[in-house]
Design a protein around this ligand. Structure first.
Ligand SMILES: Cc1cc2nc3c(=O)[nH]c(=O)nc-3n(C[C@H](O)[C@H](O)[C@H](O)COP(=O)(O)OP(=O)(O)OC[C@H]3O[C@@H](n4cnc5c(N)ncnc54)[C@H](O)[C@@H]3O)c2cc1C
Length: 505
């Protein structure tokens, strides 16, 4: 930044459109929000997205892996997330994962655990069992997201290639959003605005507090540019790694040396195509320089990396070729809202319950044996402003909890809840702060197929399953002792009993 400033002349800006619910950002969270709002009865929804497709990190960043949707034999993460699987299952090559309808979820049969072990997030290690998780083909997902919007075209107007840049604030109430496009600067007016930009783009300049604090060891402090390799066999590669563990380990180290950051070759839904995930440390995906470096540093080394694969492992890579590069940089985290509740690590290490729970989600963290944690509505409700909700990866969470709470399922789940809350607020003439949460929960748990704890629309077997399996950490004496503050480092942080509650000032 040069430090100089320029005063922009005042001008009047045309109103492009008006709606009841405006969703800015069409990623996992925003797309789900728009769909859920329309299904909850809102007939006047606009979905504004800066690129020409929906899905964000999932379809544009090639993040293929949707993990850990079940606890033992019950699938807790359902709703729109489960619908993705059901829809893609009908399309050849679009998805890989165990079908819950076959009764396989929770099975400890070693053959089944091994079979589904190749799908990331579809098996648990301790004890080994099949879990519901799946991998999607991103371009099929992109198409399906358009199909879902098209089915609701009477209620949702899609505005691709429109970049939301500033909220219209009257006092602390948001009334719409300025956006930039090839048509110039215009505004959309709305009753409720859902900021689903992932980087709190709208909240950040609305007067609502946000935070960009991040633990350097967390994945959220890194960016990525995913690319894919074709002409291989991932099952052959797995076999090669098992037979050559030393060489495989060396390969990982050498790859990091070539790229300058950790990279990993991971199976996708098709055996002949792998994706190369990477973690470019301490890069802020809301900064121009960091985003530029993320893309260029990776691309400039892809050819060298490909030649290296062929050289060290010709058995698998001799015909390998660069299949494609993700159309957008992978953005794990930057700014997030400081909501009316800040999710902390203890929210899933201990059995926290909330009156305003809007999602009940397993997380990849094995700390609580993958038991579902409750996500309260207040975690998507920014402080100080009204009529803005902020679901998705910029949800209100502390600098460590954010690592687990912003995965795709949580983004879809909080997005779906935000959409329903916005629809209820509009229908009842309330605001995002005064909305009838019980009604929101009833719609989610009822017609929208989202199990919620203590809700009469939710089959009691979901809660019985938690009781039967002692709900993870807090009922296992050994784990409880560890959590009670004996200083055991778990993964990269230390759990402290009762401490570290980010809501306590
Ligand atoms: C490389 C990588 C690997 C990951 N691995 C996994 C994994 O294995 N499993 C998992 O569950 N999660 C994983 N994650 C995390 C997960 O993918 C994301 O947290 C999640 O997809 C975010 O969804 P979202 O909708 O909140 O945000 P995004 O996907 O970022 O969507 C935001 C959308 O808003 C649009 N947008 C942004 N700003 C504006 C604006 N101002 N105006 C208009 N539109 C705007 C964007 O174009 C985008 O479409 C990974 C992330 C990355 C980057």
């Amino acid at each position: 930044m040069s430090g100089k400033t320029y005063i922009e002349p005042q001008t009047s800006v045309p109103v492009y459109d008006e709606c009841d619910v405006l969703v800015v950002g069409g990623g996992a969270a925003g797309h789900s929000a728009a769909i859920a709002a329309a299904r909850a009865g809102c007939k006047n929804v606009i979905l504004m997205e800066r690129y020409g497709y929906c899905g964000g990190d999932v379809t544009g960043g090639y993040v293929l892996l949707i993990p850990d949707l079940s606890f033992h034999n019950k699938v807790y993460v359902r709703g729109i997330q489960e619908e993705w699987f059901e829809r893609l299952q009908k399309i050849p090559g679009a998805v890989a994962g165990p079908d819950p309808k076959t009764g396989v979820i929770g099975s400890t049969n070693p053959a089944l655990v091994r079979a589904w072990g190749a799908v990331g997030g579809a098996s648990r290690v301790e004890p080994p069992r099949v879990c519901f998780g799946f991998m999607v083909e991103p371009n099929q997902m992109k198409i399906e997201m358009d199909v879902m919007l098209d089915e609701l075209k009477d209620s949702i107007r899609v505005m691709y290639h429109s970049w939301g840049c500033k909220p219209i604030m009257e006092g602390n109430v948001c009334k719409g959003v300025f956006f930039e496009s090839k048509e110039g600067r215009k505004v959309v007016l709305a009753k409720v605005i859902i900021d689903a930009t992932g980087d709190a783009d709208i909240c950040r300049i609305s007067g609502a507090p946000t935070s960009s604090a991040i633990d350097d060891e967390c994945r959220c402090s890194s960016t990525a540019l995913v690319y894919r390799i074709g002409g291989i066999s991932m099952s052959e590669y797995s076999r090669w790694k098992k037979e050559n563990p030393q060489a495989a380990m060396q390969m990982g180290k050498d790859l990091a040396g070539i790229h300058g950051f950790r990279s990993a070759i991971i199976a996708g839904p098709t055996d002949s195509v792998a994706w190369v995930n990477n973690w470019q440390p301490q890069r802020d995906c809301s900064k121009i320089a960091d985003l530029t470096a993320t893309e260029m540093d990776c691309r400039l080394k892809i050819r060298e990396a490909l030649n290296y694969y062929k050289e060290v492992c010709p058995e698998v890579f001799h015909d390998a070729f660069l299949y494609d590069i993700a159309p957008q940089a992978g953005t794990r985290g930057s700014h997030r809202i400081v909501g009316e509740h800040i999710i902390g690590q203890n929210d899933w290490a201990f059995p926290k319950t909330f009156d305003d729970t809007i999602a009940w989600h397993c997380t990849v963290d094995t700390l609580n044996d993958n038991a579902p944690i409750e996500i309260p509505y207040r975690a998507i409700l920014p402080q100080k402003v009204d009529n803005i909700l902020a679901p998705g990866r910029h949800i209100s969470a502390d600098k460590i909890a954010i690592d687990n709470v912003n995965l795709i399922p949580q983004c879809v789940g909080t997005g779906q809840a935000a959409g329903v809350a916005a629809a209820v607020a509009v229908a009842e003439g309330s605001t995002t702060r005064t909305v009838n949460i019980k009604k929101v929960q009833d719609i989610l748990a009822g017609e929208q197929n989202v199990p919620l704890p203590r809700n009469e629309h939710t089959d009691p077997s979901y809660m019985e399953n938690l009781v039967e399996h002692e709900y993870g950490l807090y009922t296992d004496p050994a784990k409880r002792a560890r959590a009670a503050g004996d200083g055991t480092v778990y993964r990269h942080w230390t759990i402290s009993a009762g401490g570290g509650d980010p809501n306590k000032k």
